[in-house]
Design a protein around this ligand. Structure first.
Ligand code: ZN
Length: 446
């Protein structure tokens, strides 16, 4: 598909003309903290801004807390134990498709889905910019959630606004979903939109992909591994066994698992080909983010080490079978160790919702529409990739018939870190690209 060059030029000019207003909305969203703090979150004030903008644009606006949706807690995608008081989803609908009397046939409908919540700003001393200042410095806008993913929230709202302003009516309905509680494995905001009945022919999840089109994302499991040791006075440590040394030994087993899986997954469409994934290995298992062992007061071998890590699995694989194989692999490595042979580690699947790898077929119309829109916006082709992280696309692909892909400007590697930022230009280009993708996917009404 190629977009009409006149249409592209018209849209780009219109978005450029609205640049200041688009950036002001984006910065207002960044200045408004919307942190997830399980079991709760502070998304309410930012969602009020979103709802007001949707009303000004002229969308039908639906504001509802996830737990207000009848039956949502028995939806197979629901994860229990979270509190949604004061944390509404905000959905805006542009009924552009089939007329009620059937006189105007509907084109393809599209969901744009983004999460308004952000991870906490963390230690302010690590930021050189105010995490809620939305400071604009040398073309960059700084703040928690700038990349992940208030750029996507602002871009999808303004994409719809500019189409309406230009009188460019898509041939199908466009549904803009601003959900709460995606971060830290929440995902119930999007589950609630499905339970409320929102559906379309495809969905774009507007997480930052640096304008690449992500047709897949990984699944995974968080583990807490307890590794034993045996305490002896540090002067005769060799009579015992250090849990730290044993943890390091087992970390090598995690690396070996990655290498074995690398070979097994070499033919995977999205993750076997290194051109489609940004990491050197297809499957991660040795990224330990937490290690605790020993007691500074005792001067003896530590008797226990605790490690937390994440083990990937790829779309199309049997998740449970993969995890059982992984656990068997670690216990076999322990069985070959002189101390752990008799004192095996304990692998606990840490309590977080299960993440299942998902993918859509590379020839899905939504992928082709986004590639065309992105190329027209950037003046270059963009790659089709498999995303390393999990997103709400998992909820659509796992629990509905709606093929969901991930796409927007912004750099995922800057997310969840101090001094998170995006290029101001990328906010504008994301708006252009999403507006073009809507027209390319839904078609332009007569
Ligand atoms: Zn995100």
């Amino acid at each position: 598909m190629t977009l009409d060059p006149d249409l592209v030029a018209t849209l780009q000019a219109a978005v450029d003309a609205r640049r200041d207003a688009i950036l002001e909305l984006f910065r207002e969203l960044v200045r408004t903290p919307s942190e997830t703090h399980p079991p709760g979150g502070d998304e309410g004030p930012a969602q009020a801004i979103v709802a007001a903008r949707m009303r000004a644009i002229g969308l039908e606006v639906d504001v509802f807390e996830p737990t207000d949706v009848p039956g949502v807690e028995s939806h197979p995608g629901w994860w229990p134990g979270l509190d949604y008081a004061g944390r509404p989803n905000v959905v805006g609908v542009w009924r552009a498709g089939a007329s009620a009397d059937g006189a105007r046939p509907g084109g393809r409908s599209l969901i744009l889905n983004g999460h308004i919540d952000v991870v906490p700003a963390g230690d302010r001393a690590r930021w050189t910019h105010d995490p809620y200042g939305a400071e604009l410095v040398d073309g960059r806008i700084y703040g928690r959630g700038a990349a992940d993913q208030k750029i996507g929230i602002a871009a999808m709202l303004e994409a719809v606004a500019v189409l309406r302003e230009l009188g460019l009516r898509p041939a199908g309905d466009v549904i803009v979903e601003n959900v709460v509680n995606e971060e830290l494995g929440g995902y119930n905001g999007t589950v609630a939109t499905l339970a409320r009945g929102y559906t379309a022919d495809a969905a774009i999840v507007t997480e930052p992909t640096g304008f690449a089109v992500a047709g897949a994302e990984k699944g995974g499991q968080v583990y807490l591994m307890r590794v034993p040791g045996e305490a002896f006075h540090h002067a005769v440590w060799e009579r015992g066994s250090s849990a730290i040394d044993n943890a390091i030994y087992l970390k090598a087993a995690l690396t070996a698992w990655e290498q074995q899986r690398q070979v097994e997954t070499a033919d995977d469409y999205y993750y076997g080909d290194r051109a489609r994934a940004c990491h050197p290995r297809a499957v991660h298992a040795d990224t330990v983010w937490y290690l605790r062992a020993g007691d500074p007061e005792i001067m003896a071998n530590p008797t226990e080490a605790e490690l937390c890590f994440w083990v990937d699995h790829l779309p199309g694989e049997d998740r449970e079978a993969m995890l059982r194989r992984f656990e068997t692999h670690v216990l076999a490595a322990a069985a070959a160790h002189p101390f752990m042979r008799g004192h095996p580690p304990v692998l606990e699947r840490a309590v977080m919702r299960p993440f299942t790898g998902v993918s859509v077929a590379p020839d899905e119309p939504i992928i082709r529409a986004l590639q065309a829109a992105s190329a027209a916006t950037l003046g270059r082709d963009v790659p089709l990739i498999g995303l390393e992280a999990a997103t709400d696309a998992m909820i659509f692909n796992e629990y509905s018939d709606i093929p969901a892909v991930i796409y927007c400007g912004g750099d995922l590697s800057l997310a969840h870190a101090p001094d998170e930022w995006v290029h101001a230009d990328d906010v504008i280009r994301s708006t252009q690209a999403l507006a073009l993708a809507i027209l390319e996917f839904c078609g332009l009404a007569e």
